[in-house]
Design a protein around this ligand. Structure first.
Ligand SMILES: C[S@@+](CC[C@H](N)C(=O)[O-])C[C@H]1O[C@@H](n2cnc3c(N)ncnc32)[C@H](O)[C@@H]1O
Length: 372
C-alpha cells in the first residue's frame, strides 16, 4: 500500500499536522485508530471476513461458550448470595458479549439470577450485534470505566484489546545519542507523511527505556513502549473485588524477549483486508495498526501493583482446559456415532482457536483477598 493516496482520515490527520507541526507516533496512532470521525475503529467494526483480521470472536461462538464455562467455574467459588459482576473491555460489535450471555442463560440460569454485565468499548456507537438484543435489560455500556465503584467486579476480561492501545515508537541511535522518539510529519510536498524523530521528553518513557539492555543493538533499532498499560492495570486492581480475576487474551511476547537485537524493527504492524503491511503511515484511518503485547513487562507491572499471577499460558492450553468438560460430554453423547453438523461445527471452531499459534497468550491475574 502506498502512502501518497488520499483518504478522508489522512486528510484530517494531515490538517492536524499542519496545525500542530509534528505528531509523535503515539499521537498519530491515536488519531488513525480513534479519531472521533475518521478513525479506523470509529468508521466501522473491523474484525471478521469482511474486515481486516480475524480474532477468536470472529471465528464463531465457541470462544464465548468456553469463556462462559470459565466464568461459571469462577462463580461457583463465589458466595452464592453475593451479586456477581462481569466486565468486558474492547468488545467492538458486542459479538463476544452476545455469545457469552447466550451460553450463560442457556446453561447456568442460577448464575444469571444474580449478575450484572458491564461493557466498556471505546467506540460509543459499537456493541450493536443482534445477539445482544435479547439481553438489552441485562447489560450496561459503561462510558467511563474509571467511574466503576471500587471492589465491585468479579471478573474482567478482554480479547485483543491491549494490542490496539496507541504506543510510543522509539529508535536507538547508538550509545552517543541513545533513544529518540519517532515522530510523523508532512513531506515538503504537503501531501504525504514521513518519519522523523525528536528527543524524548516523557519522564516515564525515559525510565522505561533506561531498563532496556541495548547490548547488540545497531543504530536505527526500532521498538515500541506501551505506557497506558500501567494505569489500565491500576484501574482493574481498584475495581476488582478481593479474589476477583482479570483475564487478558492477546498476542505478544513473553520472557524478556521483546527488546532484543533480533527484532530490529519492533512489532508494530499494519493490516488491511487480511494483508500485512509494514507501511504504518499509509492510509491512516483505513488500516489497522497494532503492536504485540510485552507480557513480561505486563506481568512485572501487575505483580508490582499487587496482583497475583495465576497463569500466563498459550491460548491453546487455556482453551483446551476450559473445554475439558464440554469435550467429555460430547464424547459420552456420541458413544461411537459420527458427530452431527452442529458438533462438527463446534470441533472446527475449537480446532481453529487452538491452532492460532504460540504467540496467542492468556494472562490470568487475581486481586488477592486480604490476609490470603
Ligand atoms: C482489535 S479490536 C478487538 C475486538 C474484539 N474484542 C474481538 O476480539 O473481536 C479492539 C477493540 O478495542 C476497542 N478499544 C480500544 N481501546 C479501548 C479502551 N481503552 N477501552 C475500551 N475499548 C477500547 C476498540 O475500539 C476495538 O473495538
Amino acid at each position: 500500500m502506498r502512502n501518497d493516496s488520499p483518504s478522508p482520515a489522512k486528510e484530517g490527520i494531515i490538517a492536524r499536522i499542519f496545525c500542530e507541526g509534528t505528531l509523535t507516533f503515539k499521537e498519530f496512532m491515536e488519531a488513525a485508530l480513534y479519531h472521533p470521525e475518521l478513525g479506523y475503529y470509529t468508521t466501522g467494526p473491523r474484525p471478521g471476513r469482511q474486515g481486516d483480521f480475524f480474532t477468536n470472536v470472529s471465528i464463531g461462538s465457541v470462544f464465548g461458550d468456553l469463556l462462559a464455562d470459565y466464568v461459571h467455574a469462577l462463580w461457583k467459588l463465589n458466595d452464592p448470595h453475593e451479586p456477581f459482576t462481569i466486565l468486558e473491555e474492547g468488545g467492538n460489535t458486542g459479538a463476544l458479549a452476545g455469545d457469552l450471555l447466550l451460553r450463560l442463560y442457556a446453561k447456568f440460569p442460577a448464575l444469571c439470577k444474580q449478575f450484572r454485565f458491564l461493557a466498556s468499548e471505546r467506540m460509543a456507537h459499537a456493541m450493536t450485534d443482534p445477539r445482544l438484543e435479547p439481553f438489552a435489560d441485562v447489560w450496561e455500556q459503561i462510558d467511563d470505566p474509571f467511574a466503576i465503584a471500587p471492589d465491585t467486579v468479579d471478573v474482567a476480561y478482554s480479547n485483543e484489546l491491549l494490542d490496539a492501545f496507541p504506543v510510543h515508537r522509539v529508535v536507538w541511535e547508538g550509545p552517543e545519542v541513545g533513544w529518540r522518539e519517532c515522530t510523523v510529519r508532512l513531506r515538503t510536498n504537503g501531501q504525504s507523511l514521513t518519519w522523523d524523530s525528536q528527543p524524548i521528553t516523557h519522564p516515564l518513557l525515559n525510565s522505561r527505556l533506561d531498563r532496556i539492555d541495548t547490548a547488540g543493538f545497531q543504530p536505527g533499532h526500532l521498538t515500541e513502549v506501551n505506557l497506558d498499560l500501567g494505569p489500565w492495570l491500576q484501574r482493574h486492581f481498584r475495581t476488582l473485588k478481593p479474589g476477583g480475576t482479570l483475564l487478558i487474551f492477546d498476542y505478544g511476547i513473553t520472557g524478556n524477549a521483546y527488546h532484543t537485537p533480533s527484532r530490529p524493527e519492533g512489532t508494530l504492524r499494519a493490516y488491511h483486508q487480511h494483508q500485512l503491511s509494514r507501511d504504518l503511515l499509509a492510509h491512516p484511518g483505513q488500516q489497522d495498526l497494532t503492536a504485540h503485547v510485552d507480557f513480561a513487562e505486563l506481568e512485572r507491572d501487575a505483580t508490582a501493583k499487587g496482583f497475583e499471577l495465576v497463569r500466563l499460558v498459550d491460548q491453546s492450553r487455556f482453551l483446551t482446559e476450559c473445554a475439558r468438560d464440554a469435550l467429555l460430554e460430547m464424547e459420552r453423547s456420541l458413544d461411537g456415532k459420527a458427530p452431527d453438523a452442529a458438533q462438527e461445527k463446534w470441533f472446527r471452531q475449537f480446532r481453529q482457536l487452538i491452532s492460532m499459534g504460540p504467540t496467542f497468550k492468556v494472562l490470568e491475574l487475581r486481586k488477592p483477598k486480604p490476609n490470603a
